[in-house]
Design a protein around this ligand. Sequence first.
Ligand code: GDP
Ligand code: MG
Length: 307
Amino acid sequence: MSIEKKSPEIISAKPEFRCGYITIAGRPNVGKSTLLNQILGQKVAIISPKPNTTRNRILGVKTLEDAQLIFLDTPGIHQATKELNKYMVEQALRSAREADLIYLMIEANTPWQEEDIFTFRQLAVLELPLILVINKIDLVKKRDLLPLIDYSQKLGPFKEIVPISALKADGIDELINATIPYLPESPALFPEDMVTDQAERFWVSEVIREKLFLLTHQEVPYSTAVLIEDWKETPNLLRIRAIIFVERPSQKGIIIGEKGRMIKKIGTLAREEIEFFLGTKVYLELRVKVSKNWTKDPYALRRMGYR
Ligand code: GDP
Ligand code: MG
């Protein structure tokens, strides 16, 4: 009689949390935005993408029990292919390169157009996992889909080929499940209840914190939290009001500095970086508040978007 030995640790072991960046590539109108909205379950707010910034724009964050998916914008691969503008192609590819995984989306009813092949060839050389998403399957018959999947499999080294209908919300869970294994093992990079444009606010608070680390010393930066209190976008100006929380009045003094010099320096450095990456003029107002023991207060932490 043989008794199968099973280690209880292994049986109960949860899979590691995974978190990574995903770029959705594909020519216009294949359904990229529709897919993103389906995944995030709401309309996504985007400030106009700036193709010439070095950092990718974050379009949305989806947090699940065992993974966090961060979706990035690919500025203008399609425009670039049309105009064959080498510089634009390079820019777009550079952002795709920063992802952990790329979705290439094509349409089931008009698959593998010249532009799709061009985009595919550009992406294939990046040596990142590529998932082929065949969208709009609601427009074709099932029996036409199988030959298309077959053909696509021969065309390229796709890790997965997932047929979906972004519009009818068909195949979305399958796509997400197929995606997770290709993301790196990593804790969540963004607060779990955050979606879409909040990513930008979180990033801004991180930029301010980074300047605090750069310019102040010892325990001071570790005792700070930054809360974005107000965020107003107008066509020419982004107004941001942020509060820097500290634990003790002495730390407040250090951050403000002699005649306000330190806070001014922090503000200027942060503003310049925010303007550069977001491509808009920014008015940044910083205030410092003492909040005793905020680092130990879970409610305060939650309010600030930390957990
Ligand atoms: P994008 O340019 O790639 O972002 O494409 P959009 O998401 O804006 O979609 C372009 C058009 O395709 C819109 O009219 C969508 O409603 C439509 N569309 C997107 N996904 C599907 C789908 O699965 N089935 C059908 N029939 N239409 C879709
Ligand atoms: Mg779109």
